[in-house]
Design a protein around this ligand. Sequence first.
Ligand SMILES: [Zn+2]
Length: 260
Amino acid sequence: MSQFRTAYGNTYSENGWRMCNREACERIYIPGADNTFLAAMIVRSGPSEVVLRAWATWYHRNVERLDLYKAGVGDDWGWSAVNDVANSNHLSGTALDFNAVQYPWGSRTMPTARKQKIREGLNLFQDNIFWGADWPRADEMHYQLNRGTASGDGASNKLIAFARDLNAGYLGLLAGVSVPPTIPTPAPVSRPTLRRGSTGGDVTYLQGLLNRMFASYSKLIVDGDFGPATESVVRQVQSRSNLAVDGIVGPATWRVLGVK
Ligand SMILES: [Zn+2]
C-alpha cells in the first residue's frame, strides 16, 4: 500500500500534512518511571515522529501520566484510519489525544494549574505544537503539529530543525527511550462481551457510556438493544483506539471505555 491517501475527499489534513496510511507511521512508546505504565501511539514517521514523541514524553513527565497499558489498552490515540472530522490531523498521523477519557470533546474540564503547565510546554516547543483547547469548540485531550510544520508532502525546514535540536538533547527528552518495555497482562473486566443482538442492562450501560464519552458521534437511543447504530459507534471507537474493528465489545474495548 502506498504511503499517502485521500481521506473523505481531502488530500491534506487541516494542518497542511498529506493524508497517509498506516505504512507512513510508526508506534511511539512512553515508558513510565517504573517501566510498567506506558503509552503507545501511532504517529507519522520522520521529524514528526521525533517531535510528537518528545511532546508526549514532556507531557508525561511534567503534566500527568500517560498510561495506555495500565490495564492492557487505553485512551491515548494517534493516527487513525477513520475519523468523524473529515480533515482531522489524526488522519495524517500528526495529532495525539492524551488521556481522552478525562477530557471529553467539547468540554472544558482541565484544572487551571494543569493548563498553565501545558502552556509552559507549548512555549518550549516553539510553536510546533497546537493544542485543541485553543479551538472555539474545546478539545483538551488533543495536540497536533501546528500549521507551518509541513512542506509539500513532508516536514518543513522549521520542523526538521526542531527535531534535530530535540535529538541533540534539547530539553533532555529523547535519551534512553527506544525499546518497547514489557507490556503487562491485563486483568479480566467486570462486564460481559456484547455484540449485535445483545440486550439488557449491560447494553443500556454501554449505550449511556458511549453517549457521554463520544457525544460528537454517539447519539444512541439508550434502549438496551445492541443494534446496527450501537455497532457503528463501537466500530468508530475501536478504529480511533487502534483496536481490531469488529463491532464487538470485549475486554479490550471495555477498557478503552474505562471499565475495569
Ligand atoms: Zn484528537
